[in-house]
Design a protein around this ligand. Structure first.
Ligand SMILES: *Cc1c(COP(=O)(O)O)cnc(C)c1O
Length: 233
C-alpha cells in the first residue's frame, strides 16, 4: 500500500457516502418526477486501491467505473470473480490496441468516439467469441479540441454507423462538460441527442454537478471523489 499524504490519510466512510449520495440522487429525481430507480450510481474508483473498492462492495454497491484499461486489469478481474454481479464501466479513452483487453474486462464502454475504435471493438468481440460490451457514444458537447468525443452535429451519423455498419449495441451517450462552463446546457444537449436517437442511457454528472444532471435526464452519474474521497497522487 502506498503511504497516504496527510490530506488523504483519513479513510472516508464509503458506505455512508454511498447512502447519502443515493438519497441525494433520489431527491433530485423526485424533484422532476423521475423514478429514482432509473438512475445508476457508477462509483469511479480510478487511482483508489482495492481496499476502498471492497468498502463499497461490502456496502452492497456493485457498479464501478475506471478510466484506464491497464489499471482496471490490475484491480478488477479477481473482484469480478468474487462478485459475479459486479458491473464495470470504462469511462476513459480507449486505444484501439487495447480493444481486446477492454472487451474482455468491461461490461460497458462509455467512451466510443471514433470509427476505428468501433471497428476494433467489433473485431475484438468476434475474435474472443463474445457479445460486444454495451456501448455509450461519447459526445464532445463543448467541442473542445483537446477532449475526446464526437462533435454534437456528427453524433447521429456516428451512432447510426456503429449500429448498422459495425453491428454494435450502442445503448447510450456520455459527456464531460467543459470545466469552466455551466454544465446544464451541456447536459440538456446530451439528453436531446439521446432522445432523438432512441438511446435509453445518458451518462452525465460527476461529484460536483450530479443533481443537475439527474434533473436533466441522466441515467448514469459517475461519482469518484464523493464516494471514495480525494484521489491519491
Ligand atoms: C474521474 C472521473 C469521474 C469522477 O470524477 P469525480 O469528480 O471524482 O466525481 C467521472 N467521469 C470521468 C470520465 C472521470 O474520468
Amino acid at each position: 500500500m502506498t503511504q497516504a499524504s496527510p490530506d488523504t490519510a483519513a479513510v472516508p466512510d464509503v458506505a455512508d457516502n454511498l447512502r447519502q449520495l443515493t438519497s441525494r440522487i433520489a431527491q433530485a429525481a423526485r424533484s422532476v418526477d423521475r423514478d429514482p430507480g432509473s438512475i445508476t450510481l457508477v462509483a469511479v474508483s480510478k487511482k483508489h486501491d482495492q481496499n476502498r473498492i471492497e468498502m463499497a462492495l461490502a456496502a452492497g454497491h456493485r457498479v464501478f467505473g475506471e478510466n484506464r484499461v491497464q489499471e482496471a486489469e490490475g484491480k478488477f478481474p479477481a473482484l469480478k470473480r468474487a462478485y459475479p454481479d459486479l458491473t464495470l464501466h470504462l469511462v476513459g479513452p480507449l486505444q484501439t490496441n487495447k480493444a481486446e483487453d477492454a472487451v474482455g474486462l468491461f461490461d460497458v464502454i462509455q467512451s466510443l468516439d471514433r470509427e476505428r475504435l468501433a471497428s476494433a471493438l467489433r473485431k475484438a468481440s468476434d475474435k474472443l467469441g463474445v457479445r460486444p460490451p454495451e456501448l455509450f457514444v461519447q459526445v464532445n458537447t463543448g467541442e473542445e479540441t483537446q477532449k475526446a468525443g464526437v462533435a454534437p452535429d456528427a453524433a447521429d451519423d456516428f451512432i447510426a454507423r456503429c449500429r448498422t455498419t459495425h453491428g454494435l449495441p450502442v445503448t447510450g451517450v456520455m459527456a464531460i462538460p467543459p470545466i469552466d462552463e455551466q454544465p446544464a446546457p451541456h447536459f440538456a444537449l446530451l439528453q436531446k441527442i439521446a432522445a432523438r436517437n432512441q438511446l435509453p442511457n445518458v451518462s452525465m454528472g460527476m461529484s460536483d454537478d450530479f443533481e443537475t444532471a439527474v434533473q436533466l435526464g441522466a441515467t448514469h452519474v459517475r461519482l469518484g471523489t464523493a464516494v471514495f474521497g480525494q484521489r491519491p497522487g
